[in-house]
Design a protein around this ligand. Structure first.
Ligand code: YK8
Length: 177
C-alpha cells in the first residue's frame, strides 16, 4: 500500500472525524469539487462486533481517458471498535467502482487514521491499497494498479489541500493555537 496523507492539522480529532465522516458542509463542497454526484449516505449503524458501519453510493467523474466519463461507486466504511471518541478514529473504507474496465477484479481500500495530537490538533494518515478479488493477467494487473494510483494520488492531494484551507478558515478569528 501507500501512505497518501500523513499530516498534523490544527483541527481537533473530533472535528476531523465530523468533517470527513458525517454529512458535513466540508465533504459536500469537496464532493462537488470532485464532481461526485448522486451521493446517498446511509447513517452509521452499530454492529454486533462493536464496530460501526455505513455505506455510501455515488457517481464519480473520471478524467482518465482510458475510461468512460463516469462510474457509479459503492463505499463501505467501518469505524473500528478500537476507536475512542475524541482520541483515535480508525475508518476502513472499501471503494468499488462498478463501471470501469476490469471492475470485477479489483477494489480500493483506504484506511483513515485520525489521532489526537493535542486539544486542537490531530494527525491524519491515509493508507491506500489496490486489492484484487481475482488475479488478472500480469499486464492487466499492472495496468489497473498504475491507473488506480494516479487517480488516488490526485484525489488525496486535493483532499489534503482542501483540509488545509478548512483549517485556515476554522482557525481564523483567534482562539488558542
Ligand atoms: C473515494 C480507484 C480506481 C479508479 C480509476 C479506475 C481506473 C480503471 C483502470 C482501468 C478511475 C472517492 C479511481 C481512481 C476513481 C476514484 C476513486 C475514489 C477517489 C483502465 C483498468 C473515489 C475514494 C476513491 C477510491 C478509489 C478511486 C478509484 O472516497 O482510476
Amino acid at each position: 500500500g501507500r501512505l497518501y496523507v500523513n499530516k498534523v492539522f490544527n483541527i481537533s480529532a473530533e472535528k476531523m472525524f465530523e468533517l470527513l465522516f458525517t454529512d458535513s458542509h466540508f465533504i459536500q463542497r469537496f464532493m462537488n469539487a470532485r464532481k461526485i454526484t448522486n451521493a446517498s449516505f446511509a447513517p452509521w449503524q452499530s454492529e454486533a462486533s462493536g464496530a460501526m458501519k455505513r455505506s455510501l453510493n455515488y457517481t464519480i467523474a473520471i478524467t482518465n481517458p482510458l475510461v468512460g466519463k463516469f462510474s457509479t461507486a459503492t463505499e463501505n466504511q467501518i469505524l473500528y471498535k478500537e476507536s475512542r471518541e475524541g482520541q483515535y478514529y480508525l475508518v476502513d473504507a472499501e471503494v468499488y467502482t462498478h463501471d470501469v474496465p476490469y471492475h470485477d477484479y479489483f477494489y480500493t481500500q483506504n484506511l483513515y487514521c485520525i489521532i489526537r495530537h493535542s486539544k486542537h490538533k490531530c494527525r491524519l494518515r491515509v493508507y491506500t491499497d489496490v486489492k484484487y478479488k481475482k488475479q488478472p493477467w500480469g499486464l492487466v494487473k499492472s495496468f489497473i494498479t498504475k491507473n488506480s494510483w494516479s487517480g488516488l494520488e490526485d484525489y488525496f492531494r486535493h483532499l489534503e489541500s482542501e483540509l488545509m484551507e478548512e483549517e485556515a478558515v476554522l482557525n481564523q478569528g483567534g482562539g488558542d493555537p
